[in-house]
Design a protein. Structure first.
Length: 159
């Protein structure tokens, strides 16, 4: 019984910590940034089925792309055993700020965009960009090749 009470107490502390982080902890400009991102996310249906460029153009009206990550399909589902790039994640923070606890105190708000037409081999994806090319330019280079299937929006944070 004692163990159950201790477990419930720890569970309660963890849940209360999740809900204690709200926009009130942020500066006015940070609150505006987050509000614009939620607004863009609320309009996600406008971009489904359209080229990635339509979403990127709207995103760039308000934010810079300082980070881009990508991942691919499972090689187990392809008869040839290939993996294809099927999504990207973009963030306005760069990689170094994303890893810094103080600098990323408001969290890293990330858009995750899945593609409906993956066709570039995962291993060849990064080879198509010249070395030193910015993340923003990389996204621009591929934005007409892919159709948006799904847009997710989440916050990650180092605690």
């Amino acid at each position: 019984m004692k163990h159950i009470i201790i477990y419930i107490a720890f569970l309660f502390c963890g849940v209360s910590n999740i809900y204690s982080q709200d926009l009130g902890d942020l500066s006015k400009s940070e609150q505006d940034t987050v509000a614009k991102m939620y607004n863009l996310y609320s309009r996600k249906k406008e971009f489904i089925g359209k080229p990635l460029s339509t979403f990127i153009e709207e995103y760039k009206k308000h934010f810079l792309i300082n980070f881009m990550g990508y991942s691919g399909t499972s090689p187990w589902i392809d008869p040839k055993g290939n993996s294809y790039v099927n999504n990207i994640s973009i963030c306005y923070h760069d990689w170094y700020i994303m890893q810094d606890r103080y600098e990323s105190r408001m969290g890293n708000y990330i858009f995750h965009i899945e593609f409906s037409n993956p066709h570039v081999l995962y291993i060849d994806f990064s080879k198509q960009f010249p070395e030193g090319m910015s993340y923003s330019d990389k996204v621009d280079a591929i934005s007409n090749e892919y159709l948006v299937k799904k847009i997710s929006f989440y916050k990650s944070q180092i605690y």
